[in-house]
Write a protein that binds this ligand. Structure first.
Ligand code: ADP
Length: 483
């Protein structure tokens, strides 16, 4: 870690009530590109999580009583520090998660943008006055923070997934207990260090690192002092956590899995579609929930698209994310590599053709070759499951209704993409796709001003945009009589 300008950003204990909490056991954090241990972090226990919840409960009283402008000023300082330390934060992120440094820097800016956005948006938590049914009454609606918020986040965006949740929570006046993925705790702890430097008061933003997701998950979903639980991860785990939240009727927000269709119609700009598909598929080595999972191409342009696309994919360089030339970093684990390889092999047995790649890369057991499969059908495992790796599955189609039916034939409904120029088609397809977010002639769609979230089994709630605060606010109706 001698690469850091400020090595004090590297923290090794949970951050609870403004203090760093050591413990007797340690979690080793490894660099997926090299398999080297880059640091050890204290493994918190249930009692530490309870301490964090208690602290957040106490801090809620004062934090929620701050004016929105006071909260915004502190959050703005946090944002400024995140941006000032972007290079170090990106280095930490690449070391523990593997993505190319340029992508890590982009993630730091993206995560910070939510803190900036919600700091401002917190000043616009407006209520309502409603005409009353009688002259001696008035109806007023105010909005108030829900209380203590708990979050569990995954390893694929170790900074931004926390930032998206904590920014909205803090701006609304809530306090926060976050549990990052144990593979990538260092980014979360560096955020906590900068929150402290920004002057965010003790107990408002807590990060608890542990290796017992299930045990900590039980506490965060069932503790009576937690008002809201927010999760980003797989649909399978999300379902369990929603069920756990039922016992105390918590508010929940869920950002779950996806199976994004990426449709290239015959009137598309093919070169733009190739670039969009590369961005939507190979970012973070294909390990994002909005990655293009099924690439549907009209049969009249199939050959041209596949040729241009495969040629571009063949130029992607695999390697350590710290090397400037790297486009495709390591996958998070050898299990993740094996899962992707199994999906590829299962589809090949059913008739898919490997046009490019198709196996573990020579760079090491954590790396998978950027792969293009053709002859894929919508019922193959590679089209049914979330690939979460650098593999493109190309499926041909002949007409609009057919491709819309295929695109919607999934339990997921997070992101979808399509390329077309005909304005009637753009509207028809946008309205027919059962997804929460649609990229039209665009492969990268997420930003702080836009509502991120899914329909069907891809989630509940939205992160970012003016809608993002709603999940952290209660509506209170005041009926004033005797006027
Ligand atoms: P991914 O494949 O992206 O890791 P998961 O849904 O398995 O998706 O994990 C997302 C986050 O949820 C991670 O931080 C993980 O440690 C945590 N997690 C996994 N299983 C559980 C569980 N049963 N209860 C609480 N958290 C869990």
């Amino acid at each position: 870690m001698d690469k850091l300008n400020d090595p004090s950003l590297l923290k090794c204990h949970s951050y609870i009530n403004g203090q760093w909490h050591p413990s007797d056991t340690q979690i080793a954090v490894t660099n997926p590109a090299t398999n080297e241990v880059i640091g050890y972090v204290s493994d918190a226990g249930i009692s530490d999580v309870e301490l964090a919840i208690d602290a957040a409960k106490v801090a809620f009283k004062t934090w929620s009583a701050h004016t929105a402008a006071e909260r915004a000023n502190l959050m703005r300082k946090w944002f400024d520090l995140l941006i000032a330390n972007q290079q170090d934060l990106a280095t930490i992120l690449t070391l523990e998660q593997g993505k190319p440094l340029a992508e890590a820097k982009a993630e730091i800016a993206y995560g910070a943008a939510y803190i900036e956005w919600f700091a401002e948006e917190g000043k616009r938590i407006y209520g309502d006055t409603i005409p009353a049914p009688a002259n001696d009454k008035r109806i007023v609606v105010i909005k108030q923070p829900v209380g203590v918020v708990a979050s569990i986040t995954p390893w694929n965006f170790p900074n931004a997934m926390i930032a998206r949740k904590a920014a909205a929570a803090l701006a609304a006046g809530c306090t926060f207990v976050g549990r990052p993925a144990s593979q990538t705790p260092l980014s979360a702890l560096a955020m906590a260090e900068l929150a402290e430097r920004a002057g965010i008061p003790s107990g408002v933003f807590n990060i608890v690192v542990d290796d017992d997701a299930k045990g900590i998950g039980q506490v965060l979903t069932q503790h009576p002092d937690i008002a809201k639980f927010t999760f980003t991860g797989s649909t399978q785990v999300g379902r369990q956590l929603i069920a756990q939240c039922a016992s105390t009727v918590k508010k929940v927000s869920m950002e779950l899995g996806g199976n994004a269709p990426f449709i290239v119609f015959d009137d598309a700009d093919i070169d733009a579609a190739v670039q969009g598909a590369i961005a939507a598929k190979y970012r973070n080595a294909g390990q994002t929930c909005v990655c293009a999972n099924r690439i549907f191409v009209h049969d009249s342009i199939l050959e041209e698209f596949t040729h241009k696309f495969s040629k571009t994919v063949s130029k992607l360089t695999i390697g350590n994310g710290l090397h400037e030339s790297t486009h495709i970093g390591p996958m998070i684990s050898t299990k993740a590599v094996a899962d992707v390889d199994n999906l590829v092999n299962a589809s090949v047995i059913l008739g898919a053709k490997v046009t490019l790649g198709g196996s573990v890369a020579k760079q090491g057991s954590h790396f998978y070759q950027p792969t293009v499969l053709t002859n894929v059908t919508n019922d193959m495992p590679i089209a049914k499951e979330e690939i979460f790796g650098p593999v493109s599955a190309i499926i041909s189609f002949t007409d609009e209704d057919e491709v819309i039916n295929m695109a919607n034939d999934t339990e997921y409904g997070l992101a979808a993409y399509f390329y077309a120029r005909d304005i009637g088609r753009v509207w028809r397809v946008s309205e027919a796709l059962q997804y929460g977010m649609i990229g039209i002639n665009e492969g990268i769609i997420s930003n702080a001003a836009a509502p991120f979230g899914g329909v069907k089994q891809s989630g509940i709630g939205r992160e970012g945009s003016k809608y993002g605060l709603d999940d952290y606010l209660e509506i209170k109706y005041l009926c004033i009589g005797g006027i």
